[in-house]
Design a protein around this ligand. Structure first.
Ligand code: AMP
Ligand code: ZN
Length: 467
């Protein structure tokens, strides 16, 4: 039996044994979804891949997971600290389309990329704009409990009302107050944040709704508190997002939920660390970024990127390089060919020792780099082929590399290779075995494998060296 699952909880800043809040029930998992004003870049997908692996590890441990992910289609301002304009309205201007249209376009693109990366679909996918009433109800309760105040441009959360505000990020609130340089506007404290923003006087936004405070739109943080609570309850198992969410977005989700129902929303708070490009954060707002499509256009299988992400622990940043992606693509190819070569072996059981070692790694706060090494040992070891294959496929439930379904792509061979194959068919017909063998040797040297079939032959690219 593998060791019990331990996960690193950023709220308590320690590794904790995971125990579900409702034994026998579903594990509740909320992951902050994309802001759909533009395409998601591969940095964003590093976080979604970490969350997918987390979900698969929970499932591997026998839990059923209720996974809720939001789509942020309103309210996320260009600065996380409630300044600037709504990213959706800005995206609409950039593209010449409506905010509603771009939300649909980029949501569809995001969902297609999830599939390309073999990320399991969330149990519930919820749009912020479909939950305006829930957000208004939430703010009404916060206001009634005395944690909100009005300003000329909206309703704000009064962070000074909570002595433990900022615990998740270990925020030095006093230090922030003392060193503040930004314009506070009508905000009372630097850490206060918008719950509801009013539409500008005389102006009209594309996305706006009536509310008890006037026409406007919800703040970004309230959507996640409201939808998480609606679909998972007042206190659920795990809440995730990228590391940038620790100090503002998740800190504020916790503040709001404490103000409404007195809980910190989730039992575990987990964060995926950034993908860097040239040692700087890959960011949409920085203009240049790589999409899954950018990788496909350069001839990479999206799962090579998934493999690359598995080679780094989620709690460390990962610097993206094309060389690293190349290495991941080669390794994935070898693993696939290795698993494929075992396909006709008689069925075997999983190997208990390897399963235990793999389980120990994934249960040690998702140590996928080490778990991957166990998968390689399995492939290269001395076990019967059927046992190897069953064990590898069992691991792939967590790795998500699609090993069971993979088959080599049928490639059309170049004319000279085809000519060698045709010549070999004639040699075989003439029972000239020495010549047939010589021609096979030439084909192999050219990097091709020839399979004789009743109806002719098939040509396949040879597995790369090292499998
Ligand atoms: P957004 O679309 O900006 O709301 O971000 C979607 C998810 O991607 C969030 O969980 C972010 O924290 C995460 N994220 C943003 N940039 C990166 C990056 N460079 N590397 C990893 N995760 C990121
Ligand atoms: Zn969120």
């Amino acid at each position: 039996m593998p060791n019990p699952l331990h996960l690193y909880d950023n709220y308590e800043r320690r590794l904790r044994a995971f125990a579900p809040l409702h034994p026998g029930g579903d594990v509740g998992l909320y992951t902050c979804g994309p802001t759909v004003y533009d395409y998601q870049h591969i940095g964003n997908f590093r976080t979604f891949l970490f969350e997918d692996v987390l979900r698969r590890v929970l499932e591997w441990n026998g839990y059923r997971v209720r996974h809720v992910m939001n789509i942020t289609d309103v309210g996320h301002l260009t600065s996380d600290a409630d300044e600037g304009e709504d990213k959706m309205e800005k995206g609409a201007r950039r593209t010449g389309k409506s905010a509603w249209e771009i939300a649909r376009i980029y949501t569809d693109d995001f969902l297609a990329d999830l599939k390309r990366l073999n990320i399991e679909s969330p149990t519930v996918l919820c749009r912020a704009t479909d939950h305006i009433q829930e957000q208004i109800d939430f703010i009404v309760d916060i206001e009634r409990n005395g944690y909100a105040y009005r300003t000329p441009d909206g309703i704000y959360f009064d962070t000074a009302k909570q002595p433990d505000y900022g615990h998740l990020a270990r925020l030095d609130v006093k230090g922030l107050e003392a060193g503040k340089r930004v314009e506070l506007g009508a905000k009372r404290h630097i850490t206060d944040f918008a719950l509801w923003k009013l539409s500008p006087e005389g102006g009209q936004r594309q996305m706006e709704w009536d509310s008890p405070w006037g026409k406007g739109f919800p703040g970004w943080h309230i959507e996640c508190s409201a939808m998480a609570q609606k679909y998972l309850g007042d206190f659920f198992d795990i809440h995730c997002g990228g590391e940038d969410h620790i100090s503002v977005h998740h800190t504020n989700e916790i503040a709001q939920t404490e103000a409404r129902v007195g809980t910190r929303l989730a039992n575990f708070w987990m964060h995926g660390y950034f993908l860097l490009l040239n040692d700087a954060k890959m960011a949409k707002s920085a203009g240049e970024f790589l999409r899954v499509q950018s990788l496909v256009e350069r001839g990479y299988d999206p799962l090579a990127y998934r493999y690359l992400c598995l080679t780094g622990h989620y709690r460390g940043q990962l610097n993206f390089t094309w060389d690293a992606l190349d290495a991941a693509a080669t390794a994935l190819d070898r693993l696939r060919h290795g698993a494929y070569a075992l396909r006709d072996a008689p069925a075997g059981a999983t190997d208990a020792t390897l399963v235990e070692r793999f389980g120990n790694q994934i249960n040690d706060d998702l140590n996928l780099p080490r778990a991957l090494a166990v998968a390689w040992e399995t492939l290269r070891g001395e076990l019967p082929a059927g046992v190897k294959r069953t064990t590898l496929l069992h691991f792939d439930a967590v790795l998500g590399l699609g090993l069971a379904a993979w088959v080599p792509r049928v490639e059309s061979a170049p004319a000279d290779v085809q000519a060698l194959a045709d010549a070999r068919v004639l040699a075989r017909k003439a029972k000239n075995w020495a010549e047939a063998d010589r021609l096979r040797g030439l084909l192999n040297a050219a990097g091709w494998e020839m399979e004789d079939r009743a109806d002719g032959y098939a040509l396949k690219k040879r597995a790369p060296a090292g499998t």
